[in-house]
Write a protein that binds this ligand. Structure first.
Ligand SMILES: NC(=O)c1ccc[n+]([C@@H]2O[C@H](COP(=O)([O-])OP(=O)(O)OC[C@H]3O[C@@H](n4cnc5c(N)ncnc54)[C@H](O)[C@@H]3O)[C@@H](O)[C@H]2O)c1
Length: 383
């Protein structure tokens, strides 16, 4: 296992970044999971630390990730703002602490390369990957896809009715988030299609981006701050991206990621077209309350569509499943380099889409540096 504590049983875990994801997704699930012991919480915000001090339990509360020691921590779960994923993960890896990093794992191929170098330098593994791939409905689609002959095309979309995260905060600043709906929701979608199109990445990608909703607080993700009215809005990222990609194995993919739309519900749709039939999953990824009430799966062959039984699980079940999986990955010496390589492939596709949409290259790690595109100007005009 990764460190001295793991052999004794539970993985001693630190949560780095205790904002919405840290406190809503990771901390409660880690605390109730028998495979983990939460030994440290890290956040630079004094108000968050003060709140955590009263609830932290036996673990320590720290302001900086570099206060963690590999002798005390077997795994750090990193859920900081996007532009800090790479620097925080690199620091931890170089210190010999294995890391699970939230999506988007990195904001450029150069950052993916830095992660791979840090992994080797520190001798600690980088883990990552969207929990969506562990949903029961998506796994049923993967199984069905194996019966469709040669896969020719995948059409994947995650379109929210209302769901711009924290408009006016870091999520909608390109220098801090690296992009909008494409790096946020699109990262999950690109992870989800890997088992369908192969791990070889994409040889081509073009797309468009637009920002018709991001400047209006009425389209914000209300579930992130229940009871409070969004006071801020705006930003310089897209709320919608549409793309066409071609995988190394020659499978085409159409992708749409939208934080907001004129649709009534938040919907995720994945349709797989094979040489001997097609299959379609309709569901809702993520935590939005404005979701399809149940997942549905069907397959179509020679003019006949047949429904397939599929489980609709409680919201967030896939994250518990991901925690079940992490100790196994942590113990597997062959995982070294896998997450960094996958992240490199994903961000390379995203970079190509943004390039084709006329957006300048990401400027990650430089807070305050603003891109030339704005949602009210160029981005709004591109689709
Ligand atoms: N997997 C999912 O479904 C999912 C859902 C939501 C968010 N996320 C991801 O989680 C990450 C965090 O998102 P969020 O919604 O929690 O954002 P957030 O702004 O609510 O929280 C970020 C937290 O990180 C803290 N932070 C900043 N710098 C830090 C540092 N150097 N060390 C430690 N903590 C630091 C901030 O003080 C803040 O508390 C993002 O990358 C986001 O994309 C993933």
């Amino acid at each position: 296992m990764a460190g001295p504590g793991c052999d004794a049983g539970r993985v001693r875990v630190a949560v780095v970044g205790l904002g919405w994801a840290g406190r809503s997704i990771w901390l409660p699930r880690l605390r109730e999971h028998p495979g983990y012991e939460v030994v440290a919480l890290v956040d630079p915000d004094p108000a968050i630390r003060a709140e955590l001090d009263t609830t932290a339990g036996p673990g320590g509360v720290f302001a900086r990730p570099d206060e963690l020691s590999r002798h005390d921590v077997d795994l750090a779960v990193v859920a900081v703002p996007n532009h800090l994923h790479c620097p925080v993960a690199v620091g931890l890896l170089e210190a010999g602490i294995p890391v699970f990093v939230e999506k988007p794992v990195c904001l450029s191929t150069a950052e993916a390369d830095r992660l791979a170098v840090a992994e080797r330098a520190g001798g600690a593994v980088l883990l990552a990957g969207s929990a969506a791939c562990l949903r029961a409905d998506l796994r049923a689609l993967y199984t069905l896809a194996g019966q469709l002959g040669t896969i020719r095309h995948v059409d994947v979309s995650w379109v929210r009715a209302h769901g711009v995260p924290d408009a006016g905060g870091w999520f909608t600043r390109r220098d801090l988030a690296g992009g909008g709906a494409l790096v946020d929701l699109g990262w999950h979608l690109l992870d989800a299609v890997v088992p369908l199109v192969g791990p070889g990445g994409f040889v081509d990608a073009v797309g468009t981006v637009s920002g018709d909703f991001v400047a209006d607080a009425a389209w914000s993700a209300v579930w992130r701050h229940p009871g409070s009215v969004a006071a801020r809005s705006g930003g310089d990222v897209e709320d919608t991206a549409r793309a066409f990609l071609v995988s190394a194995d020659g499978v085409s993919v159409t992708l749409r990621a939208s934080w907001a739309s004129h649709e009534p519900l938040d919907a995720t749709v994945i349709r797989v077209e094979g040489s001997t039939g097609s299959a379609q999953l309709d569901c809702t990824f993520g935590f939005s309350p404005n979701r399809r009430p149940a997942s549905s799966l069907s397959w179509t062959r020679a003019g006949t569509t047949t429904p397939v039984d599929v489980a609709t699980e409680p919201v967030g079940t896939e994250y518990r499943r991901q925690l079940d999986e992490l100790p196994v990955l942590l113990a597997d010496p062959d995982r070294r380099g896998v997450a960094a390589a996958q992240a490199r492939s994903t961000i390379a596709a995203i970079e190509r889409i943004y390039d084709s949409a006329g957006r300048p290259a990401p400027v990650s790690g430089q807070p305050g540096a603003r891109g030339r595109a704005t949602v009210t100007g160029r981005l709004a005009a591109t689709s």
